[in-house]
Design a protein around this ligand. Structure first.
Ligand SMILES: Cc1ncc(COP(=O)(O)O)c(C=O)c1O
Length: 445
């Protein structure tokens, strides 16, 4: 596959990166270009009347080569505010997998003091982020390969704070062996299972085997007795609340069932988490954090006293899957554009590219969602194609060859695996362009 190239038209603003962004904040993170005085006059679209409609974005991006991905900073800021408010005073750890751009991660960390620390997704990514000046990196998933653990050990020796995830004696013993070899003491986080079983249904994800006091006790005892590791935190991710929508159109029964299952499992999650945290604190009273939740569960995770921080990532880009939750609505801040290159039927506009399908159980909800013009649809028999995507549209806007169709990825950070840059929009203007991990030449998962 040909990697989409950064747009290089005349309107292309200077490429920003972690270093190149203007102004820096007290925690070292760099806010993206602030609304500059006089910027209004450069805008091709009035900042007053700003409906995020097709005409708005078509005008904003006129002349850009497609496909491109973008981030609407005005909407990102609304998502940042909403996340802060929903958290009700709990700290927020940023899920880097759902952002995959160092500049954007730094921007969000700088925006609010509520945002502290990062949940990384691999050891190599965590070491990469440490080299970019980011700190308090929790790897959200276990690390097994010797060289990956060694990467964390070396980064630790150089002063990085990277916490490894464990859920078994095997994990602890392997990390211990490598920590001993490097002469470091590595911080660990214990992952406890938050799934709930109903008759005939495992409601949650298959991750940690640690559910009961009996299962946790030997692992925690082993950590506490080791001179090469120490317990930094506890994590329990209630994926069945955080990652399962309960307001899908035309799915009344399923929505009602999921809502009921969520309500039932919340009680068990809270009881199990507080019992396990209490046990672990008997062994390790100084444990630094108790992490829980995700974008879809902020409002319930925050109610648990024993939780000190909530992980959030997807909320910031506001991808399509998060349109289907009863209790909140984020702004569609990130999207991408594909170019109409042919018109095989008066109401079908075939575009170049577009097949950026999300991970997870395969289904229509993992396809990118046509966003603008309103009423644009994928065609069931073709979906989003490897090189061409036909879009059905019969609305009132006149579309021509060369016009964009705007889509949203079903998930958040995976969008950035398809693009080297994100064009940043503010007040009707493309104000900057920042690299994604791919644009930095990085590919972790
Ligand atoms: C361990 C863990 N915590 C939190 C999250 C929540 O991430 P997001 O806010 O992007 O949904 C995830 C998502 O998969 C996760 O795996």
């Amino acid at each position: 596959m040909t990697e989409p190239q950064p747009p290089q038209t005349q309107q292309q603003p200077p490429t920003g990166d972690a270093e190149g962004l203007r102004a820096s904040s007290s925690n070292g993170a760099a806010p993206l270009v602030p609304p500059a005085s006089g910027q209004q006059s450069q805008s091709r679209v009035s900042a007053q009347a700003m409906p995020r409609d097709y005409q708005y974005y078509r005008e904003v991006f006129r002349g850009q080569q497609m496909p491109f991905a973008y981030l609407d900073l005005d909407l990102l800021e609304e998502n940042i505010r909403l996340t802060r408010d929903r958290a009700g005073g709990k700290r927020i750890r940023i899920a880097s997998k759902s952002l995959r751009s160092v500049a954007i991660i730094k921007h969000i960390l700088a925006a609010e003091s509520t945002f502290q620390g990062i949940m990384a997704f691999t050891a190599r990514e965590a070491a990469y982020l440490a080299r970019q000046g980011l700190d308090d990196l929790l790897i959200g998933y276990p690390t097994w390969h010797e060289e990956d653990i060694a990467t964390v050990a070396r980064a630790t020796a150089e002063g990085a704070h990277i916490t490894l995830m464990v859920d078994s004696l095997a994990h602890v013993e392997r990390i211990e062996t490598i920590a001993r070899r490097y002469g470091v003491r590595l911080p660990l986080c214990l992952d406890i299972d938050m799934s709930v079983d109903f008759p005939g249904l495992h409601f949650g994800v298959w991750r940690s085997p640690l559910r009961t006091v009996e299962q946790v006790r030997p692992v925690i005892a082993r950590i506490m007795s080791s001179p090469h590791v120490w317990l930094d935190g506890i994590m329990g991710y209630e994926a069945q609340i955080a990652g399962v929508g309960d307001r899908y159109p035309r799915q009344v029964l399923k929505n009602a069932l999921v809502t009921w299952l969520k309500r039932r499992s919340l009680r068990e999650i809270a009881a199990r988490r507080s019992a396990l945290v209490a046990l672990i604190r008997e062994y390790a009273p100084q444990v630094r954090f108790v992490n829980g939740g995700g974008t879809g569960s902020v409002h319930t995770t925050r109610l648990e006293d024993c939780v000190s921080e909530i992980t959030v990532g997807s909320a910031f880009y506001g991808p399509a899957l998060f349109d289907h939750y009863r209790d909140f609505r984020y702004q569609p801040a990130a999207g991408f554009a594909i170019e109409i290159v042919r018109r095989p039927h008066p109401q079908i506009y075939t575009c170049l590219g577009g097949g950026y399908v999300a991970s997870g159980a395969a289904g229509r909800d993992k396809l990118p969602q046509p966003y603008l013009p309103e009423g644009a649809q994928l065609i069931t028999t073709e979906g989003a194609g490897e090189v061409q995507t036909p879009i059905r549209y019969s609305g009132s806007i006149a579309l021509s060859l060369g016009d964009p169709i705007f889509l949203r990825h079903a998930k958040a950070g995976e969008l950035c695996e398809r693009f080297t840059h994100l064009l940043l929009v503010r007040n009707g203007t493309v104000v900057d362009s920042v690299t994604t991990y791919r644009g930095d030449g990085q590919c972790f998962l």
